[in-house]
Ligand binder design. Structure first.
Ligand code: NAP
Length: 498
């Protein structure tokens, strides 16, 4: 596996995105350097490596979309573009000496816990196997691209791309391009490519709420101040607080909701003068039910003379283009699917825990974990950006840091002699999930809309229901009674789902 052929590690981390990187740095800082990060992509970045479509940009202010322990005084603008975030991650890996721990272009094809040895066996796509005491799964929910199920899609004779697998060399100038989807990704791609292409057809199935993005470039003063503590921390906390205020906008009847909704409606009126076009851009669902889009240039791009918003439903794809319900064939050279991710199958790796428990089978009707991190029946398995830890309003980096700290405390307890393996108790997992689902039942995400936050049956498996500080509080210190610390060879009876 390594240059010296090692296959035994204390920890194997699956995925070199923000969460895998956070785990790796934290382990290194804690002196636990016996780990390897296995990444199927050919570079560091995870989502920022995969999503290289033009315009890819974070929509959380960069000072908040960076690690609390590693402020970046070099951000060039408030909402950083993908290459800049990826460069930030590369820089961190270099500064923390992670190169010897990173393995790119290798896919983990399965992992199984061996009760006799108390170790995980991790299978790789080249036939080799790694063995580790701890297995950290940090794929996140948005890693498997979802192609739309549209008749004839494969028959398209032009070029076909998914935004999460963009081909930077694909020519755009002078071409007729179609974009299927109008989520956060499409809202960034469309304005970025509209000036370049000959014609752009944007196929919208559902209109979304679009909020202004308060972007600005950082100047010399920002860069100078960013090097003087506590300025970076103050900016970070300012944005964390502002984002928490935005969370109130998810709750019916709040002042925040009225203000934010009013802002979105004003932006639509201000930026789209054509009343007929504006009417087609009014979302048919309550504000916040689907992911809010932050953009200043999406609406203006749709109003360009070379851009058409197509709202007649797609009937099929032909070799020449896309046919819509009104009988029109939209002739295309390039068809881009900005159709999101297969969230339910993002844990594509078969993981087998105690007494043969299969994680994918457990999660068939919707993923769950204790605090999004540990799963009953799966000792020494830690999930990062797991079930019900996504946010619709704040930085996922905050959540990742809390999760990594939680994992490290459990690891410390084990190495300090509390046992060979740690596993959440099924009752604790069931209790925490009931609590989460109760809180989500009355939330805006449960309203009538289709989104990646929930399963086909409507169970919300991705979002954390409350403020981020509540997550911090619940994860701060792992409660002894929620976990079992076992000796090697233990085989308990409760391998049942929580
Ligand atoms: P998405 O939010 O799931 O949107 C997918 C789009 O494709 C929707 O408009 C959907 O329409 C449409 N679609 C899917 N299948 C279709 C079909 N068969 N026919 C027609 N339309 C179809 O995916 P995304 O835009 O890639 O965003 C996913 C998530 O990634 C975001 O919610 C966000 O969390 C994250 N993201 C973040 C950033 C950022 O931070 N800047 C940027 C991009 C993405 P319906 O709405 O009708 O289903």
């Amino acid at each position: 596996m390594t240059a010296d052929g090692r296959t035994e590690f204390e920890t194997v981390i699956l995925g070199a995105g923000m969460s895998g990187l956070c785990m790796a740095i934290t382990l290194a800082q804690a002196g636990r350097r016996d780990f390897v990060v296995v990444e199927k992509g050919t570079g560091l970045g995870g989502t920022w490596w995969d999503n290289r479509y033009p315009g890819a940009q974070v929509d959380v202010p960069a000072p908040l979309y960076s690690f609390s322990f590693a402020p970046n005084p070099r951000w060039t603008q408030r909402f950083a573009h993908a290459p800049e975030i990826q460069a930030y991650m590369d820089d961190l890996a270099r500064r923390h000496g992670l190169a010897p721990h990173l393995r790119f272009g290798i896919t983990i094809t399965g992992a199984a816990f061996d009760e006799a040895t108390g170790r995980w066996t991790i299978a790789l796509d080249d036939g080799r196997r790694l063995h580790a005491r701890f297995f950290v799964c940090s794929t996140g929910p948005l890693s498997v691209p979802r192609w739309p199920e549209i008749e004839g899609l494969a028959s398209f004779a032009g070029e076909r791309l998914h935004t999460a697998r963009w081909a930077p060399a694909v020519p755009l100038a002078g071409r007729r391009v179609g974009v299927i989807g109008t989520g956060s990704t499409a809202a960034q791609l469309v304005p970025a490519i509209a000036p370049e292409v000959a014609r752009l057809s944007v196929f919208q199935r559902t209109a979304n709420w679009v909020m202004p993005r308060m972007d600005r470039r950082y100047g010399l003063l920002d860069h100078a101040l960013a090097r003087i503590p506590p300025y970076p921390a103050v900016v970070r906390w300012f944005w964390a607080g502002a984002s928490e205020w935005l969370r109130r906008a998810f709750d019916e009847g709040t002042l925040a909701r009225r203000r934010v909704l009013g802002e979105a409606q004003r932006q639509l009126r201000r930026q789209v003068r054509d009343e007929a076009l504006r009417a087609r851009l009014v979302p048919p669902y309550p504000f916040g039910c689907k992911r809010i889009i932050f953009s200043n240039d999406y609406y203006p791009a749709l109003a360009r003379p070379n851009v058409e918003l197509v709202t007649d439903p797609i009937v099929r794809v032909t070799p020449a283009g896309v046919v819509t319900a009104d009988g029109r064939e939209h002739a295309l050279d390039l068809l881009v699917c900005a159709t999101g991710f297969d969230v339910q199958h993002s844990m594509a790796v078969p993981i087998t825990g105690r007494v043969g428990a299969a994680l994918q089978a457990r999660w068939r009707d919707g993923a769950f974990a204790h605090l999004g991190i540990t799963v009953a029946g799966f000792p020494n398995l830690f999930v990062l950006y797991g079930p019900n830890t996504n946010l619709g309003h704040n930085s996922i980096v905050f959540m990742l840091e809390r999760q990594v700290a939680h994992v490290l405390s459990l690891v410390r307890r084990l190495v300090e002699g509390q046992g060979a393996s740690v596993e959440v108790r099924a009752e604790a997992q069931a209790r925490s999930n009931e609590r989460i689902q109760r809180a989500l039942a009355g939330s805006v995400w449960a309203a009538a809309c289709h989104s990646w936050y929930k399963t086909a049956s409507g169970k919300i498996t991705n979002n954390w229901p409350g403020p981020t500080m509540q997550y911090w509080w619940r994860t701060a210190v792992p409660r002894r009674r929620d976990y079992r610390f076992d000796a090697i060879g233990h085989s308990g009876a409760d391998g049942s789902p929580g």
